[in-house]
Design a protein around this ligand. Structure first.
Ligand code: ATP
Ligand code: MG
Length: 238
């Protein structure tokens, strides 16, 4: 028996019928965008900072890491910090030509005490819900985070991504510190592997003050800037 041929008049769509869309093959899920934020004093920026930024970018598939120098760090009020414009200039020199690494003036331009929670809340609004934010830090910063301004806002705005830091006892206690923090304030802490570089700005400042070599600890352009501007020397040292 021949099947009746259904003619289809394009001008007359006929009675409305529910249309069932054939199942489409699963499209690959679009890759979520992810941005890292590395806050600090950067007095001066050093190779340890660059190493954790690059390691975080690789481990967490970050499209960009923003270095955000603090204007005034509420927990560093007791020591002299180099002028914001010196710290900014050194960051620019260190990040020049570094793919995927850039600096943000958000805290410098806001002025006053710099609260990471506020910065991350602003970035959360800027980027919208489709972008994942990671706040990158070392174990020493994680350990102090519960005393920072509004840790609840910080943890609601970004996932904290922490690296071990040589010479920092908190490095071996990261899981316990992270558990305490998230139990108290919510959010998420992840650990990533970074090269263990025993470098700190404090050690660099004190070496420069004593005239000891630091070329192997900071980018060359930053070293030249330190010398030219006589940073961290007698009377100029924080
Ligand atoms: P300072 O000695 O003046 O405190 P710093 O070397 O600790 O300087 P900061 O600007 O305070 O540098 O640090 C910014 C962030 O980078 C912090 O989260 C800190 O834990 C992290 N960090 C700095 N140096 C290292 C390092 N060598 N390894 C891992 N994390 C680091
Ligand atoms: Mg520090």
């Amino acid at each position: 028996m021949k099947c009746p041929v259904m003619s289809h008049d394009h001008n007359n769509p006929g009675p409305a019928r529910p249309v069932t869309t054939p199942a489409l093959p699963d499209a690959p899920a679009p890759k979520a965008r992810a941005i890292g934020v590395l806050g600090g004093t950067f007095d001066p920026v050093h190779l340890g900072h660059l190493a954790i930024a690059r390691a975080a970018a690789a481990a967490l598939a970050l499209e960009q890491v923003l270095f955000v120098p603090a204007h005034i760090q509420p927990h560093k009020l007791t020591r002299r910090v180099s002028a914001p414009e010196h710290r900014w200039a050194m960051l620019e020199l260190a990040l020049e030509g570094q793919q995927g690494l850039s600096a943000s003036r958000a805290e410098l331009d806001r002025g006053g005490p710099s609260y990471t929670s506020e910065t991350l809340r602003e970035l959360r609004t800027t980027y919208g819900g489709d972008v994942r934010l990671f706040f990158i830090c070392g174990a020493d910063a994680l350990q102090e985070m519960d005393s920072w301004h509004r840790p609840d806002v910080l943890l609601a705005s970004a996932t904290v991504a922490v690296a071990r830091r040589p010479g920092c006892p908190a490095s071996s206690q990261i899981p316990a510190i992270a558990a305490r923090l998230t139990a108290a304030f919510g959010g998420e802490v992840v650990v990533f592997d970074a090269p263990l570089l025993d470098i700190s700005s404090t050690a660099i400042r004190s070496r420069v003050a004593k005239g000891v070599a630091v070329e192997h600890l900071i980018p060359n352009a930053v070293y030249q800037y330190v010398l030219k501007n006589r940073l961290y020397t007698e009377g100029n040292c924080s």
